[in-house]
Design a protein around this ligand. Structure first.
Ligand SMILES: [Zn+2]
Length: 101
């Protein structure tokens, strides 16, 4: 079911659990950009998963996460590269602060 305001009707996967079955008809399983393994549970180190009605903000994902689920999606836009390490982020922030007046 869609919300009247057009936002996806998100329902988070229960904390520290891994989805084992396909979402109900009309809904898709989605996760965020946080680095994961096939069995990473929702809530681990910022990794989050939920179901929602499909919108243009999600893309099909083939990362291998939740292998019992036929198809899942991830958010289309990532706020930063998951390949970036904390050290690289710290360097960028420090460089940015040096440039600031
Ligand atoms: Zn994935």
């Amino acid at each position: 079911m869609s919300r009247r305001d057009g936002l996806p009707d998100m329902r988070y996967i229960r904390a520290l659990s891994l989805p084992r079955k396909d979402p109900s008809a009309g809904r898709v399983l989605v996760h965020n950009h946080v680095i994961r393994t096939p069995t990473t549970v929702s809530g681990d180190r910022g990794f989050r998963a939920w179901t929602q009605n499909k919108t243009r903000d999600v893309v099909r994902c083939r990362c291998g996460w939740a292998p019992d689920v036929t198809t899942h999606y991830r958010v289309r836009v990532t706020p930063y590269s998951p390949a970036m390490t904390q050290l690289e982020v710290d360097r960028l922030i420090a460089a940015d602060e040096r440039r600031a007046p």
